[in-house]
Design a protein. Structure first.
Length: 365
């Protein structure tokens, strides 16, 4: 589906349809933080809900029946999770009820992931690490399992005491970025932290008087996650310092409708994929050698080998899709999707329009 099915609803003058369109658009977009994709059935169900044919409860019931009748056979396929969590997020974002408490935060996680994660709504009891592509495989230091509840309570207490009175908008955005980055860093749950934090944060922003009904979360969910990572990572010996500058850009677009470019590659600690001007000529041999060095530096050896093989198979501005990737490097569909996503976010390839869904070409450096 090339056309955004929710665009017409977000522009809709009828408030009910506009708000539901935004809720679904954001809910589906947020699945990108974990690299998940929703199904066409979910989109069809969402449209029926927006049009008033079915309620959110009926939408969730239909999804439950659908996956009982069409069980997932591939353990790595998380489409069912993406669909069900999207429907639950859309329902939560459509509710106006909210309380700024740790229990509300835990409750959101439980509502999103019941029946999906056995630990839904429960604070983790073990320490975790997560390899982050934006950190070249390093991990953020998350909250200690023995101190999670105390840390969560402390952050909420400090935010409740904070006064936004007489602050400039720059100061407000700076503080909001700091607050949400620290809330996320606790990583209270074993899984599902970013989606839970995003839903909670959107609802909190509403209580502060912000509209938050644009497409920033929907279109830039992975940037949001990566900016949270960069806000909580230091590697002083290599000159890397935690920074909320990227979160502030995200929030300025979200809350002030500014238009700062939000490219994940600019967050990568290597600096390899910073924005550069595109030349008008096709890639030359020296450029290929430079690209090879950059790829070998930024990816694991096997992944780098796949990318270089694809670069040889699709020279210049040759357009290709997932099936071609599967054939060239002999990998399965799910792995090909992961590889394509990584290449897009690192700025190695870019999506192209006018040639059907899921088509790409190598960026010209």
């Amino acid at each position: 589906m090339n056309k955004d099915p929710f665009e017409e609803y977000i522009k809709e003058s009828e408030p009910a349809k506009r708000d539901k369109g935004y809720a679904w658009h954001t809910a589906i977009g947020l699945q990108a933080v974990d690299g998940l994709k929703t199904s066409e059935y979910l989109v069809h169900t969402a449209v029926r809900n927006i049009e008033g044919e079915i309620s959110f409860e009926e939408a969730n019931a239909l999804l439950q029946i659908y996956y009982e009748e069409n069980p997932t056979r591939d353990a790595s396929d998380r489409t069912e999770e993406a669909d069900k969590v999207s429907a639950r997020i859309a329902a939560l974002l459509s509710e106006r009820a909210f309380s700024f408490t740790p229990n509300e935060y835990l409750s959101i996680h439980r509502k999103l992931f019941t029946g999906i994660y056995s630990h839904a709504g429960r604070i983790r009891d073990y320490n975790i690490t997560k390899k982050e592509w934006v950190l070249n495989g390093a991990t953020v230091l998350y909250g200690s399992a023995t101190e999670l509840r105390a840390t969560l309570d402390y952050d909420f207490s400090e935010e409740k005491k904070f006064s936004y009175r007489n602050l400039s908008m720059d100061e407000i955005i700076h503080h909001l970025a700091f607050f949400v980055s620290k809330l996320w860093q606790i990583h209270v749950f074993a899984e599902g932290n970013t989606r839970t934090t995003a839903v909670f944060f959107i609802k909190y922003l509403r209580t502060l008087g912000f509209d938050v009904t644009n497409d920033i979360f929907a279109e830039n969910a992975w940037y949001f996650r990566n900016s949270l990572v960069r806000a909580n990572y230091n590697d002083l010996k290599n000159g890397i310092h935690e920074t909320i500058e990227y979160l502030e850009l995200f929030l300025r677009n979200l809350l002030l409708n500014e238009n700062h470019p939000l490219h994940n590659r600019t967050l990568h600690i290597s600096g390899t994929f910073k924005e550069t001007e595109k030349p008008d000529i096709e890639i030359t041999k020296p450029d290929i050698e430079t690209l090879k060095l950059d790829i070998e530096k930024s990816f694991q050896p096997k992944t780098a080998s796949h990318i270089l093989k694809l670069r040889e198979a699709f020279p210049g501005q040759t357009i290709f899709g997932r099936s071609a990737v599967m054939k060239v490097v002999d990998i399965k569909a799910s792995r090909a999707s992961d590889l394509l996503r990584a290449m897009v976010e690192y700025g190695v390839i870019e999506s192209v329009s006018g040639h059907g869904k899921g088509k790409y070409q190598f960026r010209q450096h």
